[in-house]
Design a protein around this ligand. Sequence first.
Ligand code: MG
Length: 301
Amino acid sequence: MSYGLPKKVFIREVGPRDGLQNESKFIATQDKIDWINQLSLTGLNYIEVTSFVNPTWIPALADADTVTKQIKKAPGVTYAALVPNRRGLDRALESQIDEVSVFISASESHNKENINKTISETEIVLSEVVRESIANNKSIRGYISTVFGCPFEGKVEINEVIRLTDSLFEMGIEELSLGDTIGVAHPLQVRILLEELLKRYPQDKIAMHFHNTRGTAMANVLASLEMGITKFDSSLGGLGGCPYAPGASGNLATDDLHYMLSSMGIQTNINTAKLHSAALFIQEKMKKPLDSHTVKYRMKE
Ligand code: MG
């Protein structure tokens, strides 16, 4: 009954980082810690907890060091954090994070806007971060953002995505997450890119990071599943809006993704009730309704 689909999927929960960094409300440090501790007990085996960027860039995550040090790490869960440069890596290592995530954009203007460096300048910085992470026995995940379209340039060349993919794997990353940062991707685009990448890399090296800005995230997940992809990034409750369109949806919601996968008989290892209470917890702290369909539906029950 698998219809050629994977039997098991691994969800990378990015809400505490990618969700909160795109919300204007500052969540108290203790609330973040309590929330991550709840997420740790849902069955999720991967949580991106924060970002060690300069706190003046992202004030919402200025407490990265405290959060990372004070969460209660559950066995079997990988705790990851975003690291932009050597300074961020030193903080991450000091905080005993399990896995380091590095990021780069496939579009020159988005990269410049995001971190004020060109793509090639960023590659130099990242190769040092990856080398030092490996020297410190940390696993590394790479992110490429704006893979399916850029808010400034529009079209992004598939060849540039492939070139950056090769560059990151040559540096030594273990898994690559392909980000649809502005939520423009559609299923055919996903197939076309994955067909190229899967000629070069096995399916388990690639994760997909979709945004639901135009309602296509779940269709893109299905297209990826049909290509054998088993790793997806998502944010509980769909937390994290779109930085380019205030009020628009951002990250695909973990609870919606879990609903679809588990209904299809695909294992996620997640406990639905615990996931829902973690969503209600952060909804209360955000003091606004979350975006996910599952939360909205269950609120009526
Ligand atoms: Mg995102």
